[in-house]
Design a protein around this ligand. Structure first.
Ligand code: COA
Length: 255
């Protein structure tokens, strides 16, 4: 895969590591990052060797401090700046990935940084992480799915408070709100995420993908529809297991 400037992509032992790599500007999300992330996410989705993805931020200070404000301010208008971002559906691409995505969050996790984290399946934060949705202060609303994903994760009231007041939330509170799954000391962040990825990766890729679909898609359904979805996906898994078994060579040797 091509070398990128704003993102580092590495593949090791079935794990695809995506590192947002603009540490000088706290990994702010700019158009180049949008394009590079689009390619990397496509690779994670389509490469059968990748079984789990990890998303993290380079540098000491931030996972991602949100949309690159310098681009916002130099674009002909905030409207055009927003439209440019919509030209590539990075957020839709995140959601189209049936493989588990784990996010390692440290330092500032703001705006689209938080929204990217919300598009992952498991969020692990370090004790220094701070979360915020600063869009109101800029006179805009979230555009990377945050108005939909945040309430699905922490509920309506807390989402409205974070968005409408612009108040930032520290790691411990984020844990209480269930915005993150775990909080660990900073030096344990990457090892924890790596260990988690290895535990997840040990399972069958098909079962992982179907389990992720059952929960993620089921959340937007009634219980009845969700149960039907679970039965359908379970049926697919069993059919796959049966045909695998049928295709296996006969066992020979002592009974
Ligand atoms: N877009 C572009 N550059 C950004 C950025 C962003 N979203 N966030 C930080 N940076 C840059 C700063 O301009 C600064 O660059 P410089 O050294 O060339 O001046 C560098 O990153 C370090 O940030 P700085 O503001 O000096 O650090 P700080 O510790 O004083 O403050 C923040 C950190 C996160 C509180 C502050 O940078 C901030 O409020 N950023 C904007 C957050 C935001 O509104 N994001 C958009 C959401 S839609």
């Amino acid at each position: 895969m091509a070398e990128f400037e704003t993102v580092i992509y590495q593949k090791e032992n079935g794990v695809g590591y995506i590192t947002l790599n603009r540490p000088r500007v706290l990994n702010a999300y700019n158009i180049q990052m949008r394009d590079e992330l689009y390619q990397v996410l496509g690779a994670i989705r389509d490469d059968p060797e990748v079984r789990v993805g990890i998303l993290r931020g380079a540098g000491e200070r931030a996972f991602c401090a949100g949309a690159d404000l310098s681009e916002f301010l130099t674009a002909p208008s905030p409207i055009i700046a927003r439209e440019v971002r919509w030209e590539r559906d990075v957020w839709g691409l995140f959601l189209s990935i049936d493989k588990p995505l784990i996010c390692a969050l440290h330092g500032y996790v703001l705006g689209s940084g938080l929204e990217m984290a919300l598009l992952c399946d498991i969020r692990v934060a370090s004790e220094d992480a701070q979360f915020g949705v600063p869009e109101m202060g800029l006179g805009i609303i979230p555009a990377a799915g945050g108005s939909q994903t945040l309430p699905r994760v922490i509920g309506q009231g807390h989402s409205l408070e974070m968005l409408l007041s612009g108040r930032w939330v520290k790691a411990e509170e984020a844990y209480r709100l269930k915005l993150v799954n775990r909080v660990v000391p900073r030096e344990e962040l990457w090892p924890t995420v790596e260990k988690l990825a290895n535990e997840v990766k040990a399972h069958s890729p098909l079962a992982l993908s179907l389990a992720k679909q059952a929960i993620s898609r089921g959340l937007d359904m009634s219980l009845e529809e969700g149960l039907e979805l679970e039965a359908r996906l379970g049926g697919r898994l069993l059919a796959g297991l049966r045909s695998d078994k049928a295709n296996q060579p006969e066992q020979t040797g002592p009974e």
